[in-house]
Design a protein around this ligand. Structure first.
Ligand code: SF4
Ligand code: SF4
Length: 708
């Protein structure tokens, strides 16, 4: 796994009145234990991966408490796990990245929301929205509204986040409804502290087991006709009013008073950004004091009508800060005010952006527009000066630098997936470019230069399924790329089984790198066993496992090849065969090569131990002979490795920069393979850097030096 959480696991043990220091998402982990959670599950994904990673690593401690932890194979499995709280007074929490994870979990969530829960359930959503987001930009709010589940959006500080976790469980139990809590990237990685409480051993747990199912069979807890019709009525007639009562009584939303008669209503998660913008405008101090009253919605769904009306009715106008589209909260508030005949002027998306993150600049502009109309007496010139300074800096940067070349994200240095795309690019020069359906994971980087492969991206594990419509209409076989993470998440059933059922054609390339790499190298069912990871420095650990190949064979895949990624020649040959063979049906290439990031993490301590013990170590490094390099950069167009770059040509008579390999090269071998497979210029050389050289090494070096 990407990180060891030894220190954080210690923080989970803190008792009454101690102080927890750390990240927002780890504070949630502690808050779950303080709330007496019985079981935790989820599927990794930024920005909430650490929640599950810590829980998995803390299994020994959680066993002592009786808390069950499960690293689920998808968000759907995690959501279904919450079914334990339908019939039993057991609190459960799951986590995943939203919106994508919520989409995957949607089926189970609908059933869960319909049946309702007895034990509190909390779904911690990594709201991957805005700058830094890596998924389709949509909001989880829509899911909360359509299923009538409640949505918390806590003000980003650790005390509030922890309190909302604890209240979230109570809210869930008070209204028999699952509760979701959205945490944006900045809230998850925000650092701070809070005063801890003793962890609670759950009443129902792996140590306090249930006798069996409920004594009386409760048909009404099954989301099935005719119970579903009653459940639908319960949602609006009983659960919603109960939730509103709880939110109002426990004052989950916060009012920050101010002297002005205009007001701001903000999603809790945006509160810190709003305060920064107000301070930039000269209307707030560094400690949260502000001239303008603010209603901070730590619960964004459901809204409590009385709270909205009380806050708005005496004010001349209010501005709603709601990030993303459509403007659900604004529309609901407009309806509430209209029904209550409150004439306060309402603004929101007309002053701010409909789409995109509300960063400080966007918020300052929106507030300036609103205040210029409704509070012109306020001096906001500091904000105007700040906006001017940003504009000037941008203009100066453009004048000095011109149009900056784009720097697309790319694979890690030495990544095993890079050679596969090099091979595909070389074969395409021969047989033409096929339609490539890409999948979620590191391989999506091949959509960018220099590979530019990947015509569609339809979700995790969906690449083969998304080629199903293209195949029959294409003269050339479509190619689907999938990681081993995507294969186990959804690809096996949605892609492979569907392809086999329909006797379809097509090529599937599975990147068997051993882990769910893009999310932090979490383990998969096909991850190399622990012993295999202790292989010698030069070997890959993943070829010890055949689970993927065995599964495919068992399912009926007849054309199946496993190829070492770094052997570009073999990969080209196999890929070309898959694209041109007369064999009808699915052709699967398992491209085998361990995630370089994980490999380096594994090997670094081994190598440094060898060095400290004075043992001989050999590191391979590639280089370019600058006298031979023609400067046409074909090698760079085939590789895109960040350590294969350019430098000024040392020959004063030649102006083209020459290729060069800089220090970060991990000696993966792709440079040599590409030069050979594509018959490039002979400028690449392979060097062995020997540390703690032995007598023979010294003798050989002496002889070589003599001859040179
Ligand atoms: S994390 Fe692993 S698989 Fe992903 S780009 Fe880096 S080396 Fe490649
Ligand atoms: S051998 Fe080439 S592709 Fe591999 S890490 Fe070194 S520079 Fe990058």
């Amino acid at each position: 796994m990407e990180r060891q959480f030894t220190k954080e696991i210690e923080s989970l043990r803190l008792g009454d009145g101690e102080v927890f220091h750390g990240e927002g998402i780890l504070a949630v982990t502690k808050a779950l234990l303080q709330s007496g959670v019985s079981y935790v599950g989820g599927y990794q994904g930024a920005p909430v991966s650490h929640l599950l990673d810590v829980m998995v690593q803390a299994r020994d401690y959680l066993d002592q408490l009786g808390v069950h932890v499960e690293a689920c194979t998808s968000e759907a499995s995690a959501a279904a796990m919450l079914g334990a709280s339908i019939n039993y007074p057991a609190r459960g929490a799951v986590t995943w990245k939203s919106i994508v994870g919520t989409n995957v979990a949607a089926d189970a969530l609908s059933y869960l929301a319909s049946a309702g829960v007895m034990g509190g359930t909390l779904i911690v959503l990594g709201e991957d929205y805005g700058e830094g987001g890596v998924v389709a930009q949509e909001r989880s709010h829509a899911f909360a509204m359509k299923s009538l589940m409640w949505l918390l959006d806590p003000r980003p500080n650790l005390t509030t986040i922890v309190s909302m976790v604890e209240r979230g469980f109570e809210l869930s139990e008070a209204s028999n409804t699952p509760v979701m809590m959205e945490l944006r990237i900045r809230a998850c990685h925000l650092r701070g502290n809070f005063r801890t409480k003793q962890n609670l051993s759950p009443a129902v747990s792996t140590r306090q087991k249930l006798d069996g199912p409920p004594r009386e069979f409760i048909y009404d807890r099954l989301a099935h006709p005719p119970a579903i019709f009653r459940q639908e009525k319960l949602k609006s007639d009983v659960r919603l009013p109960a939730a509103r009562r709880f939110v109002a009584e426990k004052r989950l939303n916060e009012v920050f008073p101010g002297a002005e008669n205009v007001g701001l209503i903000v999603q809790g998660g945006l509160y810190n950004g709003l305060m920064r913008a107000l301070r930039t405008l000269g209307l707030a101090d560094n400690f949260g004091g502000c001239r303008i009253p603010i209603l901070c919605l730590n619960v964004v769904y459901p809204l409590v009508p009385e709270e909205i009306i009380d806050f708005s009715k005496e004010k001349k106008s209010i501005l709603i800060l709601e990030e993303g589209q459509p403007e659900f909260i604004e529309q609901e508030i407009a309806t509430l005010l209209r029904r209550a005949d409150v004439a306060t002027k309402l603004h929101g998306k007309d002053c701010l952006l409909m789409a995109g993150e509300y960063n400080t600049e966007v918020t300052v502009r929106g507030l300036s527009r609103f205040l210029a109309e409704h509070a012109p007496h306020l001096d906001t010139s500091a904000g105007a000066r700040w906006l001017d300074s940003i504009k000037n800096t941008r203009e100066k940067a453009t004048a000095l630098l011109g149009a900056m070349p784009q720097r697309p994200p790319t694979f890690c240095v030495g990544c095993p997936e890079r050679p596969v795309f090099s091979a595909m690019k070389l074969v395409a020069q021969d047989i033409g470019r096929p339609h490539v359906s890409m999948d979620v994971g590191c391989h999506a980087f091949a959509s960018f230069e220099p590979f530019s492969q990947g015509n569609t991206l339809l979700g995790y594990g969906m690449s083969l399924a998304s080629a199903a419509g293209v195949g029959p209409m294409s003269a050339r076989r479509p190619v689907a790329i999938m990681g081993d993470g995507g294969f186990w998440h959804n690809g096996l059933l949605s892609g492979v089984a569907s392809n086999l059922l329909n006797r379809s054609d097509g090529v599937l390339v599975i990147m068997k790198n051993g882990y769910a790499s893009a999310t932090g190298t979490q383990e998969l069912i096909s991850s190399p066993p622990e012993e295999a990871r202790m292989v010698a420095v030069g070997q890959s650990a993943v070829d010890a496992d055949r689970t993927i190949e065995d599964t495919l064979s068992g399912l009926g895949v007849k054309w199946l090849r496993t190829v070492n990624n770094y052997d570009v020649g073999a990969m080209m040959k196999t890929y070309k065969e898959a694209m041109t063979t007369s064999h009808k049906g699915l052709k699967v290439i398992v491209a085998e090569g361990e995630c370089q990031l994980e490999r380096q993490r594994r090997l670094r301590p081994v190598v440094s131990k060898q060095l400290s013990e004075g043992k001989r170590t050999v590191r391979v490094k590639y280089g370019v002979d600058e006298d031979t390099c023609t400067g046409d950069h074909s090698c760079i167009r085939l590789s895109g490795c960040p350590t294969l770059t350019v430098k000024d040509n040392p020959d004063p008579l030649r102006t083209d920069p020459v290729a060069t390999v800089i220090d970060g090269c991990v000696g993966c071998g792709l440079c040599g393979e590409n030069a050979h497979a594509a018959v490039l210029c002979p400028s690449f050389y392979r060097a062995e850097v020997i540390q703690n050289a032995n007598l023979w090494d010294k003798f050989v070096h002496g002889m070589r030096s003599l001859f040179v």
